[in-house]
Write a protein that binds this ligand. Structure first.
Ligand code: SF4
Length: 83
């Protein structure tokens, strides 16, 4: 009984460590969750957003390719575009 318990805890700790090292700490959010749309909303668009990566048309927080004229609910206007 004691040996089985030790084996159980040993297995659990190995599984825990392996999942910790294989899970990305920077997973991005799915477009559906943030209601991404490929068109601007109220004049706001991805190319003016703090999260937009212009060099690759990607976003630091939303997965996949991002249209510079798109928009989503976590849009945050970059300070350099504020007047
Ligand atoms: S509006 Fe949304 S999808 Fe577009 S760059 Fe900003 S956070 Fe990313």
């Amino acid at each position: 009984m004691k040996k089985e318990r030790r084996h159980f805890f040993k297995t659990i700790s190995v599984l825990g460590l392996s999942s910790f090292y294989t899970t990305s700490l920077y997973a991005k959010t799915a477009k559906e969750i943030v209601h991404y749309q490929p068109t601007p909303k109220d004049g706001n668009k991805c190319q003016e957003c703090l999260h937009f990566i212009a060099a690759t048309n990607e976003c630091t927080t939303v997965e996949g390719k991002i249209d510079p004229n798109g928009w989503c609910t976590i849009y945050f206007k970059h300070p350099k575009f504020k007047k």
